[in-house]
Design a binder for this molecule. Structure first.
Ligand SMILES: [Zn+2]
Ligand SMILES: [Zn+2]
Length: 258
């Protein structure tokens, strides 16, 4: 099947290592015909999360440069479809900024939660795992309920930080039901996969639950910050998804099945 990588970072993100052009070349090399850049738009990261950020004004990329570069690359690499999106952190906490970015002609807005307690998850040092996770999902639910975006990124992100990670079924059901109700799509994020036995974010049991509750549409995202990770483990993950899942991509914020 054709694949689309709907979560790619570039040097427009403070933690991105590969240029947009390097990501395009990689996509052509490995045969992924549709890619979407989703560089960070983050009004919460004035702290230490990515080292180089010192003040909020320098956090985010220049939007006109971002569009200019995508348009330049579309002319050069016209054998692939290059979509333009953003990954917006904690959208509900920055309603004015979110509205401003939403009014721009992005193909795709990926919502995500990276921060709680004033810093990158789990936030405060030595915080109890269950408290950090509760706060993380409270923020996620609020962002889903109050903002319009196309997909929710890496739903079990806390797994990157806590080994024996757990979340109550009640909270997860509430999140998934809110997403389904608003047609916010589940992202299957493959950045967690290093070995054949690894699971994506979210893990398969949560994807199964999304389907049980009535969710069908999913997007795949490698969350590649460097080109070698583009399309990471896509073919093996696709084989393990429930067969009622519809994999797709967004153009002009409209979902298309692959
Ligand atoms: Zn993210
Ligand atoms: Zn990302």
């Amino acid at each position: 099947m054709r694949l689309a990588d709907m979560h790619i970072h570039t040097t427009f993100s403070p933690d991105g290592k590969s240029s947009m052009e390097e990501q395009c070349i990689k996509a052509i090399e490995i045969g992924i015909p549709i890619i979407c850049f989703t560089d960070h738009v983050d009004f919460n990261s004035s702290e230490i999360n990515v080292g180089r950020i010192i003040n909020k004004a320098s956090t985010n990329f220049d939007v006109s440069e971002y569009f200019y570069e995508v348009n330049r690359l579309r002319r050069i690499y016209n054998s692939i479809q290059i979509l333009i999106g953003i990954e917006f952190s904690e959208p509900h906490l920055f309603p004015t900024e979110f509205e401003d970015y939403s009014s721009m002609p992005f193909d795709y807005i990926l919502g995500s939660i990276h921060h709680c307690y004033g810093s990158v998850f789990p936030g405060a040092k030595n915080i109890e795992e269950s408290k950090a996770i509760d706060e993380y999902y409270n923020l996620m639910l609020k962002s889903i309920q109050t903002c319009e975006f196309q997909a929710m990124a890496h739903i079990d992100f806390p797994r990157r930080y806590f080994d024996n990670w757990n979340v109550s079924d009640t909270i997860m059901d509430e999140i998934l039901n809110a997403m389904i109700k608003k047609d916010i799509i589940l992202e299957v994020n493959t950045s967690s996969i290093m070995n054949a036995s690894d699971e994506p974010l979210p893990r398969y049991s949560i994807i199964d639950r999304y389907v049980q509750l009535g969710g069908r549409r999913v997007v795949l995202g490698s969350d590649a910050h460097i080109s070698v990770k583009l399309g990471n483990a896509f073919s093996s993950v696709v084989r393990k998804l429930p067969n009622t899942c519809v994999i797709g991509y967004f153009k002009n914020r409209v979902f298309y099945e692959l």
